[in-house]
Design a protein around this ligand. Structure first.
Ligand code: PLP
Length: 365
């Protein structure tokens, strides 16, 4: 028996399971950019590598490699919101970590419609909070209804997490439902996680001007192809942004991340090509996958592989050189869903071919 004990909350927390990678296989398990990063971002990282002995500067651009202030200014132009409303973090993961610390005390509650990104639950539990899970309804394509959220709320509800598009289901929240939640729960912070929003039709960032209880989190990891550099940001009420800056870990966005994010924002052509490829391929994928799929507004598709289990499908696909995400580790996802990231046309053909062989194995059995 160890003399030093970790916090009791850890007994209910599991280690984050990232999408797997198998040597030599096509990796479609982590929703990364099929085109890779912008060449301009790669060039910026190489050019700025000589600065890595320095701490990132908050206010003055280091040798043309940027600083936090500059990235916030550029994001402000990009998003059409004031710089005072924007904060940075080490990916959305880092942003969420700080946000949860701002709002959740022991015994507070957070509403989490499931299945969804597992970090929401982990962070709430780490702060001594209690997750209130709300099962999303498969028959409604997993879309969240305001009435269900409100019915689960109490005066202890500090946070509501709404992935939009949600991982792994790919659905977005309807504006009317979001407005109803924001208006009915004015003393809860509503976190709309827009990690995949570039692949969707619209963002809820403009609503931050209307609702002080709305936070929208975004990232450079997905459509901008910078997952390895960990750059995220959020848009929120100006006063809450000031509190966020007190709680955030200093220097959480590093020099190379800042330089690459600034370069990636300039390369609109790369972003346009990425989004257009994903949208075209997503439609192709959904049309050709020989299993039930759900509508997706993200760069992945949720597939119900019944009568196979997700584990069987996952292993079958690995043997064919493709790694996807077995969703059985997502709370509330059951045992028959896999999530497949949209790849290049060639990669997607390979997945469709492999899934057709899986169906074929059923006919032969
Ligand atoms: C819904 C959602 N939010 C946030 C993240 C993490 O994003 P980041 O790489 O910016 O930390 C992911 C990554 O898979 C995600 O699916």
């Amino acid at each position: 028996m160890k003399k030093v004990r970790v916090r009791a909350a850890l007994k209910d927390i599991s280690e984050y399971k990232p999408g797997r990678w198998v040597e030599g296989a096509i990796k479609l398990s982590s929703n990364e950019n099929p085109l890779g990063p912008s060449p301009k971002a790669v060039e910026a990282v190489i050019r700025c590598a000589k600065l890595i002995s320095r701490y990132p500067e908050a206010h003055s651009s280091l040798d043309g490699c940027g600083c936090e202030h500059e990235l916030i200014q550029e994001l402000s132009k990009w998003l059409g919101v004031a710089p005072e409303n924007i904060v940075l973090g080490a990916g959305v993961d880092g942003v969420l970590d700080t946000l949860v610390k701002l709002f959740v005390e022991s015994g507070d509650e957070a509403i989490i419609p499931i299945p969804t990104f597992s970090l929401y639950e982990t962070l709430v539990r780490l702060c001594g909070g209690v997750p209130r899970f709300l099962q999303r309804d498969e028959r409604r394509n997993f879309e969240v209804a305001a009435a269900d959220v409100v019915a689960n709320a109490s005066e202890k509800t500090k946070l509501v997490f709404l992935g939009s598009p949600n991982n792994p289901t790919g659905d977005v929240i309807a504006e009317a439902e979001l407005r109803a939640i924001l208006e009915t729960l004015p003393s809860s912070m509503i976190v709309v996680d827009e990690a995949y929003v570039e692949f969707a039709e619209r963002s809820f960032v403009p609503l931050v001007r209307e609702y002080e209880n709305l936070v929208v989190t975004r990232t450079f990891s997905k459509a901008f192809g910078l997952a390895g550099l960990r750059v995220g940001y959020a848009v929120m009420d100006e006063d809450i942004a000031k509190e966020y800056k007190k709680a955030a870990i200093p220097f959480s966005v590093n020099i190379l991340g800042i330089a690459a994010a600034l370069a990636a924002l300039q390369d609109e052509e790369h972003l346009r090509r990425t989004v257009s490829l994903v949208k075209t391929e997503r439609a192709f994928f959904i049309k050709n996958i020989p299993f039930r799929t759900f509508p997706s507004h993200a760069n992945f598709v949720l597939v119900d592989v019944s009568p196979f289990t997700s584990k069987q499908a996952f292993e079958f696909l690995v043997r064919r050189g493709v790694v996807v995400r077995d969703c059985s580790s997502f709370r509330g996802a059951g045992t028959s869903f896999i999530r497949i990231s949209i790849g290049t046309h060639e990669q997607n053909l390979k997945v469709i071919d492999a899934l057709s062989s899986l169906v074929g194995s059923l006919r032969r059995a």
